[in-house]
Design a protein around this ligand. Structure first.
Ligand SMILES: NC(=O)c1ccc[n+]([C@@H]2O[C@H](COP(=O)([O-])OP(=O)(O)OC[C@H]3O[C@@H](n4cnc5c(N)ncnc54)[C@H](OP(=O)(O)O)[C@@H]3O)[C@@H](O)[C@H]2O)c1
Length: 216
């Protein structure tokens, strides 16, 4: 699969390295092109870099891994309201959490994932990968006491669900479909609790990491 990634930070590095190992090709875009270039170089031959427009047109599957403050404005600048995301499956891992009070930013009746779907005309959003810290996604594989990490996700269509499920498995995890995209409101609220614990100094490998009932 060809995956375009918006954002060139920690989550991109963690997830892209797993997806590359699983055989996918990646195009990374960031507001700082040099960071996207450096990360693509670090990830090797299956990774390239470009502008946001380049990454959006690169593949049918996209990951948005931008700090929440910049997500909607980045999409709008990249023509999302005019159809640049038409037909794309968009994985959203963002957490719109204000880190002074650990409360959700924006309208709690409308998650960031739903705002992305409303902004990106013609796209189908999958909410996933938002509950664990980047160090957990970097684990090779993410096992706890021999048991796989379970990744809850949600989306509105079977096609997007199948893509989300595959990309979760390619990170070495067990997908768990919650239901339609409105479940993102709960996933983002759960992340607010996770983030408050992480900022309190708790080891990321010990926070809220859902696991399969039995060892592999
Ligand atoms: N880090 C985690 O453990 C973790 C875990 C789960 C979910 N998430 C979510 O994943 C997303 C990415 O997190 P991350 O840790 O990868 O972030 P990060 O390393 O801090 O930055 C990711 C990208 O966001 C860009 N960015 C920051 N502010 C921006 C703005 N106002 N407008 C446009 N671009 C902006 C950065 O550009 P520059 O490099 O130019 O600043 C960078 O390319 C976030 O929404 C976060 O909530 C993070």
């Amino acid at each position: 699969m060809k995956v375009g990634i918006l954002g060139a930070g920690r989550m991109t590095k963690a997830l892209a390295s797993k997806w590359i190992a699983a055989g996918h090709d990646i195009c990374i875009a960031g507001r700082t092109l040099d960071k996207a270039k450096a990360l693509a170089h670090e990830l090797g031959d299956q990774a390239t870099f470009g502008t946001f427009e380049d990454a959006i047109s690169y593949g049918n599957t996209l990951l948005i891994a931008i700090r929440h403050e910049g997500v909607i404005s980045t999409l709008e600048q990249a023509g999302a309201r005019s159809g640049s995301f038409q037909g794309k499956i968009v994985i959203d891992c963002s957490n719109p959490v204000e880190i002074e009070t650990f409360t959700l930013v924006g309208n709690e009746q409308n998650s960031m994932a739903e705002r992305i779907q409303e902004t990106a005309n013609g796209a189908t959003v999958v909410k996933a990968f938002n509950l664990c810290e980047a160090q957990v996604w970097e684990m090779e594989p993410p096992l706890f006491d021999g048991r796989k990490l379970v990744v809850p996700y949600c989306t509105d269509t079977d096609e997007a669900g199948a893509i989300g499920s595959r990309l979760i498995k390619d990170v070495g995890c067990q997908p768990m479909l919650l239901g339609k995209l409105h479940y993102a409101r709960h996933l983002e609220a759960m992340a607010a609790i996770v983030i408050s614990r992480l900022f309190g100094g708790v080891d990321p490998h010990s926070v809220f990491n859902w696991i399969t009932p039995n060892p592999e």
